[in-house]
Design a protein around this ligand. Structure first.
Ligand SMILES: Cc1ncc(COP(=O)(O)O)c(C=O)c1O
Length: 357
């Protein structure tokens, strides 16, 4: 009998499955590893969301095309509903975009370090990846070198993440405009944009750059990672092609009810973003005070290294004390990423860093 695995594509067999499980089953005190919001949706708001959900027919599929949700997102983004594609988290939409762009020989071009999911979805789409290392200690992008890398790898699809996971850096509108001169399509993951200064919002570029595809999510600024909901914004006719790559009814009625309620009154999200960005500055100053090199961050996390400290050991020390952070470094880039949590969670983490030898 022939081996069933002989039927699985080589590029799929070559990658490891995406895994996020902590390897130690320690008690959890502060979850600072997934860039989630430290603030849960208030009970009163949860009640309103549940009331919306209760009023729906659960036995029916969600409304085809999610027109109401798209209309609410259109009001939020200032773009027409036809330009919006909701998704089961923004990850689904990034995978969908790569699936429509991956011709044999097309290269995905990324600054590095980058969100690990990109490598997985690129492999699944059968794309080759070319990376340009960001420059420590601020992890800025060498813009000219990035443009050259795209030109060299044509046909290339650049994927920018702004603010970038895991470094927290942002790209300017001016750079995106320059990139559009060399790349007909530009993908930009803005999962964390609400935590950055308004000039880093790339939505205002859409009129000038018809090949721009922007990905957004409710998982971070809206405290809704437990619901799976994100959206892409792109111009016609590109957006019509993207829509073909998502499954029908990909956003369920629970996620839809959540989004509808949060979009009708964004106060909770705005206040929690303001609290997190304020705390991010205090946290960064305190971490620098302990001797850390902390990259400037426009997101809800900090990317840092402690001179002379092995990140894997520091992470383990935190884990054993109930604090989860990510070790995203490499031997030549010994960095960790910590989510901005509640002040008391961050203080606990700072204490663990301080006492670590
Ligand atoms: C840069 C980036 N993009 C996308 C996502 C995925 O978000 P979602 O929950 O919307 O799938 C994440 C999640 O951590 C992320 O860090």
């Amino acid at each position: 009998m022939k081996d069933p695995l002989s039927m699985v594509r080589d590029e799929v067999r070559a990658i490891a499955a995406y895994s996020l499980l902590p390897e130690i089953d320690a008690p959890l005190v502060a979850k600072l590893d997934f860039n989630e919001s430290p603030l849960d949706v208030p009970d009163e708001l949860k009640d309103r969301i549940l009331a919306r959900l209760k009023a729906r027919r659960w036995g029916y599929y969600p409304a085809f095309g999610a027109m109401e949700l798209r209309a609410a997102l259109a009001r939020r983004t200032g773009r027409p509903a036809e330009e919006i594609v909701p998704g089961n988290g923004s990850g689904e939409l990034i995978a969908a975009a790569l699936s429509i762009l991956a011709r044999p020989g097309t290269t995905l071009v990324l600054p590095k370090p980058a969100f690990s999911l990109y490598f997985q979805v690129a492999a699944l789409a059968g794309m080759t990846v070319a990376t340009l290392p960001l420059n420590p200690p601020d992890f800025s992008l060498d813009e000219d070198a990035f443009l050259k890398l795209c030109e060299k790898n044509a046909p290339a699809v650049p994927l920018l993440c702004s603010p970038n996971n895991p470094t927290g850096g942002t790209v300017s509108r001016e750079f995106a405009r320059r990139l559009a001169e060399v790349s007909p399509v530009i993908l930009c993951d803005q999962a964390y944009v609400e935590f950055a200064r308004p000039e880093f919002d790339l939505l205002p570029l859409l009129d000038a750059v018809p090949g721009l595809v922007i990905f957004r999510t409710f998982s971070k600024a809206f405290s809704a990672a437990g619901f799976r909901i994100g959206y892409a914004v792109a111009r016609s006719p590109l957006v019509d092609e993207l829509r073909k790559a998502v499954l029908p009814f990909n956003v369920d009625i629970a996620a839809e009810s959540f989004a509808a309620e949060l979009l009708s009154d964004p106060t909770f999200s705005e206040e929690s973003v303001a609290a997190v960005t304020r705390e991010r500055e205090r946290f960064a100053v305190a971490l620098r005070g302990l001797g850390a090199s902390v990259a400037p961050s426009g997101a809800n996390f900090l990317f840092f290294s402690m001179p002379g400290v092995d990140p894997a050991r520091l992470r383990r020390h935190c884990l054993l004390n109930g604090v989860r952070v990510r070790d995203l470094g490499t031997p030549d880039l010994p960095y960790l990423r910590v989510t901005v949590g509640k002040p008391e969670e961050n203080d606990l983490f700072l204490r663990l860093v301080k006492e670590f030898e």
